[in-house]
Structures are given as C-alpha cells and as structure tokens.
Design a protein around this ligand. Structure first.
Ligand SMILES: Cc1ncc(COP(=O)(O)O)c(C=O)c1O
Length: 356
C-alpha cells in the first residue's frame, strides 16, 4: 500500500518504535531528538536502547515538531530524529528531511496516528529512514494490539526482522542469536485481522477526511476556536480532530468548553496528554533501572534540561488543544451535532454560563 520495500508486523506501536530505534543501534548515551507531545510508548524504547530522548519544541498550531526546533537541540551526539505526525497531520517533512540529510541523521517517522497521511503526494512513514505504525484498538485500523514497521533500507530491515524475533538468524547458514532482542512478534491470528483491516483503510481515511471538511466548514468563523491547521502539500487523515481554544477570547479556555460539551454527551480531551512527557516521573525523577538512572546518568546536562522556557510551543499547545473524538462511522448529522454543541459551548462560556 505504501510502496515500501519492507514491512514487518509486530506486537504494538511501542514495539514498532523500539524496533526502529534498535535497528539504528545507538551507542549508550547517544541522543534521539523527539517530541514531548506523544505517547510514552514512543519514548521508553529510546531509554531501553540506552539512548537519551531529547525534546524539541513544537509548533503550537499543528502540535508537531519543526525543523527549526530540531536544529536548536541537535548535538554531535544526535543519532536519530523521531518525527511524530500528531493526530494524523503530517509534520513539515520537507524541511526536517533537508536538515537531517545535511547531517546524515536517520529519521524515524512515528505514524501511529497517521495512516495514509501524505506530504506532497508521498505517504508519511516512507519519507524518513523507517516508519512505525500502531494497530492498537483506538487507531484508524486495529488488531486489538499490534504494530507495523516499514523501510526501504535493506540493512535496517534485516535488523528490524531480527529484533522482532529474538535476533535469531532465520535462514542464515549458521543461525545464532546475534544481538540482544525481544519477542515482538504479532500472532498469526492478529495478522489475519490486520490483513482484513488493511482492505478497509482507504475508505476509512477518505470518510474521516470528508467528515473533517464538514466540521471545518461548520466551525469556520466561530470566534476563539481554530480548526486544524494543515500546511500546503499535506493531507491530514484525522485520527482525532483537534481544535484550539483561545482562553483570551473564551473564558476558561478548552477546559470550560469540554465541560459544557459533556453536558451534550460529547467527551473531548482538553490538554490531550495533560503535561509534556518530560513532566512524568520517568524524566523528572530519572526512574529507569534500579537506582542507576541509566542512561540518564551518562547524559549531557543540556540534553536533559527541561526548563519550561525551552518549550513555549509545547506548553501553549497543551494549554489550548481540545481533542474531539473522530470516527469514520460518524454521520453528517453527528458532525452537525458536534459543530452545534461546540458553538453553543463557546457562546455560553463567553456569556458566563447563560445559554446564548
Ligand atoms: C504517537 C504514538 N506513538 C506510539 C504509540 C504507541 O503505540 P501502542 O499503544 O500500540 O504501543 C502511540 C499510541 O498509542 C501513539 O499515539
């Protein structure tokens, strides 16, 4: 479907990221640039491989890392860049690939939320060195739990395949366990479900996009609310539909809007993951293996500097984002209901609680 040379099924999206990182094979203490607005399953694999996640700031309107923010945190120890296409909206891959190619740094694209999203006609996951997808139950398509790793690079492909299979050299003349690796295999039962789900994927994506256009139109002109910002050349595939609420215009911001939407039985997620990932105990207290703090114990101090002043876009993004659930089984009436409820929630927040 993606036109890639290699695609491997594995146990989860976290496993897919772990395979990608392990295939790149960082040295202990090497740095992998990533985003603080993501799932923990995209960060812990970096630590398990002995590398240091280094957070780049995001564009507060798209919630994605930018080339400029990545450039600010690159160091001689940077071994890879993870680009997450959040909510299904592609990051600026043209600029990020140009930066990475200049320095010969591989890119891992985290496409857990971005099945069939495109940049200038090319699918995300195929633009960097390796792409990772999730088939967890809430994603565009699912096998309950599962993941997929894709690449055009033969050497990376071989390491991914081995990493999924306890690094046993299947087919080698004298097979052996050639490096440290886990059992990250997908079961055949899940594989059968995945094959059936893949057949539905294009329709699922098309429907989600069609419905998103309807909500874009219905919300255009609602003061204090910004609909998803999709840059020229990009195709968003709407894992979720994220709106931005400006608390300077709508008192109480997205928390107030979400509270009112609950009254209409629309369950949104204000602030998405609530806090940047570096506010979790793993990063704040460097909780890893026993009391060793490894690999944080060998990190450059600048690589683990989480001072809020370095992440204005990240904090602004989480303060303003309201994640609206999205589903290809919504009808146009459902979308109209959501739009109407958002307009009502915003209007009542602005008038201090009375129905406008
Ligand atoms: C951006 C992102 N990366 C990685 C993951 C990890 O995937 P999984 O839950 O399948 O392990 C998820 C999702 O859950 C995700 O949303």
């Amino acid at each position: 479907m993606l036109g890639v040379k290699h695609a491997f099924a594995c146990a989860s999206g976290s496993a897919a990221i772990h395979c990608a990182v392990a295939a790149i094979d960082p040295e202990p203490g090497d740095e992998i640039v990533t985003t603080a607005i993501t799932d923990m399953g995209a960060l812990t694999p970096i630590l398990y491989q002995g590398a240091i996640p280094v957070f780049a700031d995001v564009d507060p309107h798209t919630y994605n890392v930018t080339a400029e923010a990545i450039a600010r945190v690159l160091s001689p120890r940077t071994r890879a860049i993870v680009v997450t296409h959040l909510f299904g909206n592609p990051a600026d891959m043209e600029a990020i690939c140009a930066l990475a190619n200049e320095r010969n740094i591989p890119i891992i694209e985290d496409c857990a939320q971005a099945f069939l999203a495109r940049t200038n006609g090319s699918y995300v996951g195929t633009l960097g060195t390796v792409g990772a997808f999730s088939l967890q139950q809430g994603k565009h398509i699912t096998t309950g739990e599962g993941g997929i790793v894709v690449t055009n690079d033969d050497a990376i492909a071989r390491r991914v395949y081995h990493f999924i299979n306890k690094a046993w050299g299947y087919g080698d003349p004298n097979p052996d366990h050639t490096f440290i690796a886990l059992n990250y295999r997908m079961s055949e039962l899940c594989g059968a479900v995945a094959a059936a789900q893949l057949e539905k994927l294009e329709d699922i994506v098309a429907k989600r996009q069609e419905l998103a256009i309807e909500l874009d139109r219905a919300l255009s002109g609602v003061s204090g609310v910004e609909t998803p910002v999709v840059h020229n050349g990009n195709e968003h595939t709407y894992w979720k539909y994220a709106i931005r609420g400006d608390e300077r215009i709508v008192p109480g911001g997205v928390t107030a809007i979400a509270k009112r939407l609950r009254e209409r039985e629309i369950f949104t997620a204000p602030r998405y993951i609530q806090n940047p990932a570096f506010k979790c105990e793993i990063f704040e207290k460097q909780r890893t293996f026993g009391n060793s703090r490894w690999p944080f114990s060998i990190a450059r101090p600048e690589a683990v500097d989480y001072d809020p002043s370095r992440f204005p876009g990240t904090f602004e993004a989480l303060e303003r984002v309201l994640v609206v659930p999205w589903n290809d089984r919504f009808s146009s009436d459902d979308v109209a209901y959501i739009a109407d409820a958002i307009r009502w929630a915003v209007a009542t927040s602005m008038t201090g609680g009375s129905d406008a």
